[in-house]
Design a binder for this molecule. Structure first.
Ligand SMILES: NC(=O)c1ccc[n+]([C@@H]2O[C@H](COP(=O)([O-])OP(=O)(O)OC[C@H]3O[C@@H](n4cnc5c(N)ncnc54)[C@H](OP(=O)(O)O)[C@@H]3O)[C@@H](O)[C@H]2O)c1
Length: 250
């Protein structure tokens, strides 16, 4: 079965930030294909979760807290069957805004905020990937880091801390591809543009008018690309950053 590993077990993924937006669509995509999805976010497991998941598939975790992240890595290891992890998707991120949703530039961002953004958006992915390296290796798994178009150009709403954290995550993807590749773990990034989620700011419609496809992307369109990168369809794609932005980068 394509959704089973070599031992006939259900494939397993760890997905950060699964409660909303792109993460939520990713749970749906992988669950529909028969994967076990272990999610983590700051909220507890929702009682009314519509997917085939139980509380054992959710870890309540604050990625802004390094000690909590280290504990969660151990908890994930305990919950994995056969010590195998087929995919790690680093999707959770924060993007603090100024008053009225304004952009927090390099001059307005406090160092404390900058450090928190880097902890969630950059250091947590490093910690998770290194902490779960053996489990990924056992499954010949994939890591997908969710970057952003804001990592490669100044964006009218994305703040400086967010943008630089995403640029660092793109560079991390390259470094990890070099280091994890010899262990048969593929590492790639997806870089969304304007996706129809809660993270968007008022005024996005002006940006959409400049996008070649003239529309927002949907979380499902991003989830499909994540799925591609975690399956055999992309078996020789490694160290890539796939733009999912309707041509916004051209
Ligand atoms: N939407 C876009 O247009 C767009 C564009 C470019 C890139 N992206 C990237 O795509 C990814 C998903 O974006 P989205 O729009 O779907 O985001 P979102 O709706 O804001 O969801 C963010 C997710 O991250 C979790 N999260 C936030 N802080 C956390 C923390 N400290 N610890 C654990 N979990 C935390 C949230 O869950 P809890 O609140 O339960 O903790 C939530 O599930 C992000 O990496 C974002 O940068 C999005």
């Amino acid at each position: 079965m394509p959704n089973s590993n070599a031992n006939g077990q259900r494939k397993a993924m760890l997905l950060t930030g699964a409660s909303r937006g792109i993460g939520h669509a990713t749970v749906k995509r992988f669950s529909a294909a028969g994967w076990r999805v272990i999610t983590c976010s700051r909220h507890p497991f929702p009682e009314n979760c519509p997917w085939e998941m139980g509380p054992e598939d959710h870890i309540q975790l604050d990625l802004a807290d390094p000690a909590n992240t280290t504990e969660a890595i151990e908890e994930v290891k305990n919950r994995l069957e056969g010590g195998r992890l087929d995919a790690l998707v680093n999707n959770a991120a924060i993007s603090p805004k100024g008053e009225g949703g304004s952009r927090l530039g390099t001059l307005e961002t406090s160092v404390a905020d900058w450090q928190k953004v880097f902890q969630v958006n950059f250091f947590a992915p490093v910690m998770l990937a290194r902490g779960l390296m053996n489990e990924l290796k056992a499954a010949k798994g994939s890591v997908v880091n969710v970057t952003s178009i804001a990592g490669s150009r100044v964006h009218p709403f994305a703040g400086a801390a967010y943008a630089t954290s995403k640029a660092a995550l793109a560079a991390l993807t390259r470094e990890m591809a070099a280091d994890f590749g010899p262990h048969e773990i593929r590492v790639n990034a997806i870089s969304p543009g304007e996706i129809d989620t809660a993270i968007l700011s008022p005024g996005t419609d002006k940006i959409v008018a400049q996008i070649p496809l003239r529309r927002l992307g949907t979380p499902e369109e991003v989830a499909k690309a994540i799925y591609f990168l975690c399956t055999d369809q992309s078996s020789y794609v490694h160290g890539a950053e796939i733009h999912i932005n309707g041509g916004q980068h051209v």
